[in-house]
Write a new protein. Structure first.
Length: 664
C-alpha cells in the first residue's frame, strides 16, 4: 500500500494494523465465547458440562474398559464423576515437551484419543473439546488417575494447570479416572447451581443406554428434595426395553408387547464393525407419547439421520403389512401416522458420527439412516407377521390416525380474511369475535360460563379481543378416547374458534389469535377448569404451548376499599399485604367476588383484561427433553385414566394443603 493510499484512509482506519490482531491462546477462546462450545451460559449449558464428563466415562464403559461409574454432587456445587476404566495417560506427551498427556487433554482444544478410532471404536466425544471446555469453564478442576497401580493428581483453575502431575503413591486396588470440578461463577453467575433431579435423571438415562454398566448416584442430603434420593444404583440388563417399560407404566397400548430389539450393523468395506442399534417402541392408546434419540450414548433431542432410518423402517413395514392383509388405505400411511403419539427410543453406536454442532443436538451422519433402516426393518416385519392379531391391532390404530388426518385436511380452516368473512366460516355460535383482520395483536379469552362471558364481552376491546364462553368443566382429554374428544361439542367449538388444527395437524401459523387467555374464577373450581384447559392445550395443541401463545388471566378474588381508595387482591396473601401497607390503620371494607360474572365490566376490564393494568401468566413447556418427559409423566399421573395415581398424589401432598384453601 502506497503512502498516498494509506493517507486516504478514513479517520480511525490507520488504527487497524497488525497490532490490532488479537491471538487467543490455550482455552481463552472458550472463556470468551462459551456459547460456541456449550450453547450459552444458562442452566442447560451448566448441565452440559456434567454430560461432557459423564460421556467420557461412558465411552470407557462402551469400549469394554469400565464397569462402574460414580456421579457425586457435593456442597459448594462440586460435581465428581469417577470410573474404573483405563485412566487418562499421565506419561509425557511427545509433541508437548514438559507436559503430560493428562495436562494436554485438559488444557488443549482438539486433543484426545478418539480421532483415529484406535482407542475407541465408537465414542461420544469426537472433537477433543469436551473435558478441556469443562476445565476452561470451571473455577477449580481436580483430576485423579489410577494407572498401573499408581495414583496421580493434577489441579487446574479456569483452564490452566496449577502445577504438574503429582504422584500420590501406590493404589493396588484402584484404577480409572476421577474428574471433580466446580463451574465458574464468573461464567454462569453467582447463583447458578446443578439441579440434583436433573443430574439424577441424566445418570439413570445413561445406565439404560448400556446394559453392561453400573452407575452409582450420590448427593449431599442438604441439596436434594423429596423428588430425588440421596443415593441410588442404576443397572438395567434390559437396556432400552427396561427404560420403555418404566416409561409406559400402567398405560394400555395397542400391542401387548412393545417392539424392542437390537442389531449389530454389518462390517464396513475395511472389515471393521460399523456399530450397532437398539430400539424400543410402544403405542399407548389414550395419551401422547414421547421420543428419545441417542448416538454413542449422547442425547440428540432434535433427532437426525438415525431417527429418519427408524421412521422409514416402521412406515414401510406397516405399509407392506397392510397390503399383505388387504388394507388398501395402508398406502396412505405416513411416518407421522406411525410415530406420532408413540413412545419411541433409539440408540445407535457408530464410528465417526457427525453432529450439527458441538452440543450434538442432531445427528447428520448420512450412513446412519441406511444402517438403521436395514437393521430395524427385518425385525419389524417379523414383529407384525409373527402375531397377526398384534399386527392387525397396530395397523387398525394407525389407519384410524390416517383417516383422522385426511378428514381434518379436508376440513382445514382458511386463514382469517376479514371479520365478516371469518364469521361466514363455521365458527362457534357463542364466539364473539374481534374486528381485526389478522391475528397480530389479537386475543381470545376463554371464559367460564355465560354470565362471565357477558361481562367479558362488555369489558373487552372490540378491535383486538374475542370472547368464547365455555360451559363449566370441559372434558378431561388425558383420560378420554380420541372418538370421545372428537364428539365433544365444547372442544369442537374451541378448535373451530382457534382454527389451527389439533395434535399432529396443529399448525401454530394458522392460529387465528396471537394470544389465548384462559380466564376462570379465582377459586378452586376455576383452578380446576383452568387445569382441564391447560391439559387440553398440552395434549392437543402442544406446539402452541411450546411457542408461548397460551396465558392464564389473574382475576382478583377481593376488592378492598377505605377512605376513598380501592384496590384488588388476587388471593389472601395479597389481601393481607394491602391491609398492612396501603390501608394500614384504616377500617377496610372487603368484598369477595364469587365469580367473574359478579364483577362490573369496568372492574373486569381494569383488573383482568386491559393490557395496561392486568397481569398474565404465560404457560410454557421446558426445552430439555428430560424435563418435557417429566411434565408428560406428571400430566398422565394427575389427569390420566388411572385414578390410583391421583390418590397416591393426594396422600403424599394432603398434609401440605392449607386449611384456608380448603375452606375457600
Amino acid at each position: 500500500m502506497s503512502d498516498d493510499l494509506f493517507a486516504a484512509l478514513p479517520k480511525g482506519g490507520q488504527d487497524y494494523d497488525a497490532s490490532a490482531i488479537e491471538v487467543l491462546e490455550g482455552l481463552e477462546p472458550v472463556r470468551r465465547r462459551p456459547g460456541m462450545y456449550v450453547g450459552g451460559t444458562d442452566e442447560r449449558a451448566l448441565h452440559h458440562l456434567a454430560a461432557e464428563v459423564l460421556d467420557n466415562s461412558m465411552d470407557e464403559a462402551v469400549a469394554g474398559h469400565a464397569t462402574r461409574i460414580e456421579v457425586t454432587l457435593e456442597a459448594g456445587n462440586r460435581l465428581t464423576i469417577t470410573d474404573n476404566g483405563r485412566g487418562i495417560p499421565v506419561d509425557p506427551h511427545p509433541k508437548f515437551p514438559g507436559k503430560s498427556a493428562l495436562e494436554v487433554i485438559l488444557t488443549t482444544l482438539h486433543s484426545g484419543g478418539k480421532f483415529e478410532g484406535k482407542a475407541y471404536a465408537t465414542s461420544g466425544g469426537l472433537h477433543g473439546v469436551g473435558v478441556s471446555v469443562v476445565n476452561a469453564l470451571s473455577s477449580e478442576t481436580v483430576v485423579e488417575v489410577a494407572r498401573a497401580k499408581q495414583l496421580f493428581r493434577q489441579r487446574f483453575s479456569q483452564g490452566k494447570a496449577l502445577g504438574p502431575v503429582e504422584p500420590l503413591g501406590p493404589t493396588p486396588n484402584r484404577r480409572g479416572t476421577s474428574v471433580s470440578f466446580v463451574p465458574d461463577a464468573e461464567i454462569f453467575g453467582e447463583h447458578a447451581r446443578f439441579k440434583p433431579q436433573r443430574l439424577y435423571r441424566l445418570a439413570r438415562s445413561k445406565a439404560y443406554l448400556f446394559a453392561g454398566v453400573e452407575i452409582r448416584w450420590k448427593c449431599d442430603s442438604e441439596l436434594v428434595g423429596d423428588d430425588t434420593p440421596t443415593e441410588a444404583v442404576f443397572q438395567f440388563p434390559g437396556g432400552l426395553a427396561d427404560h420403555l417399560k418404566e416409561q409406559i407404566g400402567t398405560r394400555e397400548c395397542a400391542t401387548a408387547d412393545p417392539f424392542t430389539g437390537s442389531q449389530d450393523f454389518p462390517p464396513g468395506p475395511d472389515g471393521q464393525s460399523q456399530g450397532r442399534v437398539e430400539w424400543a417402541v410402544a403405542w399407548p392408546l389414550w395419551s401422547d407419547g414421547s421420543y428419545s434419540w441417542y448416538c454413542n450414548t449422547i442425547p440428540t433431542p432434535d433427532g437426525g439421520t438415525h431417527e429418519a432410518g427408524l421412521r422409514s423402517a416402521l412406515t414401510k413395514g406397516l405399509r407392506a403389512f397392510g397390503e399383505l392383509v388387504g388394507q388398501k388405505k395402508s398406502k396412505e400411511i405416513t411416518a407421522d401416522d406411525v410415530l406420532n403419539m408413540c413412545e419411541s427410543m433409539l440408540s445407535v453406536f457408530i464410528r465417526d458420527p457427525q453432529f450439527q454442532s458441538q452440543t450434538k443436538d442432531r445427528l447428520t451422519s448420512p450412513e446412519a439412516a441406511r444402517l438403521v433402516e436395514a437393521a430395524v426393518r427385518d425385525h419389524f416385519d417379523h414383529f407384525l407377521s409373527a402375531n397377526m392379531e398384534r399386527g392387525r391391532a397396530l395397523l387398525s390404530m394407525v389407519l384410524d390416525r390416517v383417516e383422522e388426518r385426511l378428514n381434518r385436511k379436508a376440513e382445514r380452516e382458511v386463514k382469517r380474511k376479514t371479520a365478516t368473512s371469518a364469521r361466514k366460516l363455521r365458527l362457534p355460535g357463542k364466539l364473539t369475535d374481534c374486528s381485526n383482520d389478522g391475528p397480530e395483536g389479537t386475543e381470545l379469552f376463554i371464559v367460564e360460563g355465560d354470565s362471565a362471558g357477558g361481562s367479558a364481552k362488555q369489558a373487552r376491546d372490540r378491535k383486538t379481543q374475542a370472547v368464547l364462553p365455555i360451559r363449566g368443566k370441559i372434558l378431561n382429554v388425558a383420560s378420554a378416547s380420541a372418538d370421545k374428544i372428537r364428539a365433544n361439542s365444547e372442544i369442537a367449538d374451541l378448535a373451530l374458534a382457534l382454527g389451527c388444527g389439533m395434535r399432529k395437524d396443529c399448525d401454530p401459523d394458522r392460529l387465528r389469535y396471537e394470544r389465548i387467555v384462559i380466564m376462570t374464577d379465582a377459586d378452586v373450581d376455576g383452578a380446576h377448569i383452568a387445569t382441564l384447559l391447560m391439559t387440553f392445550f398440552f395434549q392437543e395443541m402442544s406446539e402452541i404451548v411450546r411457542r408461548g401463545r397460551v396465558y392464564l388471566a389473574q382475576p382478583p378474588l377481593y376488592r378492598l376499599s377505605a377512605g376513598g381508595k380501592s384496590a384488588y387482591a388476587r388471593d389472601e396473601e395479597q389481601r393481607a399485604e394491602l391491609e398492612r401497607t396501603m390501608f394500614k390503620g384504616k377500617k377496610v371494607e372487603v368484598s369477595r367476588f364469587k365469580g367473574l360474572g359478579e364483577m362490573m365490566p369496568a372492574q373486569l376490564r381494569e383488573t383482568t383484561m386491559a393490557p395496561a393494568t392486568r397481569s398474565l401468566l404465560r404457560v410454557t413447556l421446558p426445552q430439555e427433553y428430560e424435563e418435557r418427559a417429566s411434565v408428560r409423566d406428571l400430566v398422565d399421573r394427575l389427569m390420566g385414566k388411572n385414578p390410583e395415581h391421583r390418590f397416591q398424589f393426594i396422600q403424599a401432598n394432603a398434609a401440605t394443603i392449607d386449611d384456608e384453601v380448603i375452606d375457600a
